[in-house]
Design a protein around this ligand. Structure first.
Ligand SMILES: [Zn+2]
Length: 164
């Protein structure tokens, strides 16, 4: 995997970092080399979320999110956004392209691997499809997460029942 992806994984919630490394490696094996998965976004602080939320509201630009600080699963490090890097050069968000010619779109091969590990794909959402987005099931309710205490690094401290 590329360094950018490694850095993003290193800032995810510590409880899921190892799993995401496994997922990324499985995706890259499944894609057979021409396309590789990259994690473009992972953990986002509340401050970073606030900047995004203000864009298109109090700041210039297009609105890009409806999530206020604390309302995005990225704010807890339990969500990632991906793209594909083609031949180590070009970033692609094409969800239909079959770069390895195995009759399954490469993006969808990744969706299936994430699903196997219990990750929900934003492409399955009815209201607002978020095609690059994946979030860890069981950890994707911000109304619950926002009530948890955070450690000094800003990660929520999961209670035992989360691991059950
Ligand atoms: Zn996302």
């Amino acid at each position: 995997m590329d360094n950018y992806t490694k850095q993003k994984i290193n800032r995810l919630h510590p409880s899921i970092q190892a799993e995401v490394i496994t997922i990324v490696n499985e995706c890259n094996t499944a894609l057979k080399g021409k396309a590789k998965i990259r994690i473009t976004q992972g953990f986002r602080t509340f401050e970073e979320q606030n900047l995004l939320y203000n864009q298109g509201r109090t700041h210039p630009g297009k609105k890009i999110t409806n999530a206020k600080p604390g309302q995005s699963i990225h704010n807890y490090g339990f969500a990632v956004d991906i793209c594909l890097i083609i031949e180590d050069k070009i970033a692609s968000w094409d969800t239909a392209k079959d770069w390895d010619n195995d009759k399954i779109a490469d993006w969808y091969e990744c969706v299936k691997i994430f699903a196997k590990f219990g990750w929900e794909w934003g492409g399955n959402w009815k209201k607002f499809k978020d095609l690059p987005h994946f979030e860890k099931r069981g950890h994707n309710n911000w109304r619950k997460l926002i009530k948890l205490k955070q450690d000094t690094n800003g990660y929520v401290i999961l209670k035992k029942e989360y691991y059950a």
